[in-house]
Write a protein that binds this ligand. Sequence first.
Ligand code: BGC
Length: 255
Amino acid sequence: MQTTQIMGVDIGGSGIKGAPVDLARGELAAERHKVLTPHPATPEGVAGCVAEVVRHFEWSGPVGITFPGVVTGGITRSAANVDKAWIGLDARALLSGQLDGLPVTVLNDADAAGVAEMTYGAGRGRTGTVILLTLGTGIGSALFTDGHLVPNSELGHLELHGHDAEKRASVKAKEDGDLTWERWARRLSKYLAHVEMLFSPDLFILGGGVSRKPEKFLPLIEGVRAEIVPAVLQNNAGIVGAAMAARPPGTRPGD
Ligand code: BGC
C-alpha cells in the first residue's frame, strides 16, 4: 500500500543504498539498490548517487536520507569520514534539488539505525536509557531515554586514552591494526565501560556489520554492567530509520 511506504536512503562510507520501506512492518518493500560511494565523497558526487538510487525505484514521494555526521535542521555540521565540504552545508536543499523538489529529511546515520532498532528490533519495548552504537568505519551512537531519541550524541568521538575513541575501537581500527578479536574486544570493553561511566545505560545495542557475528566478540566483553545485545535489523536499519524520519506529519504513531 503506497500510504505506508516511504523511501529510505543510507549514505555510507562504501555504499549508498536505499529502498522503499514498508512502515507497517519495518521492512524493505523492494530489494534495495546500492551504488558505490564516490571518493572523495563530495556533496555533489554523493547527491548524484542518492538521486540514482531514488530514480531506480521511480519514486515520487518523501525521502529520508541518513548522513554519517551531525545534522541539525537539514544542515550537515560535521564530516569525520566524508569530504569536509559537507560542514555547514544545507544538505536538505542540495538533495531535494537533485530529486526535483521531492520532500527530503536528513538525519544522522546512527540516529536512524537507533530509531529503527527501538521500533522494530532489539530495543523494541525497552524503557530506561538505551544506547545503540554502530561499529563500522567510525562509531556512531544513538541515545534514548524511555524511547525518546537525544539526536546527534556523537559518542564515537569521546576521548579514550588520549585518542578519538572511534580511531581505537571501530571495525576500521580492527582491520587497519590487524587486531585479533581478543585485542579488539579489549578495546571495545574499555570504550563501553567509559560510555557506561558517563550514562549508566540499561542496554547497549551493537550494530554495524559485526553485529552479524556477535559470537566472535560479545563473550569477550568485560567490565560492563549493562546488558549488551546485537542489533537485529543489521544492514537495513539505516534505510528503515531514514524512511521513518521522513513520514509526513499526521502519519506518525501518536499523531
Ligand atoms: C560520525 C557520526 C556517525 C558515525 C558513523 C562518526 O565519525 O561523527 O556522526 O554517526 O561516524 O557513521
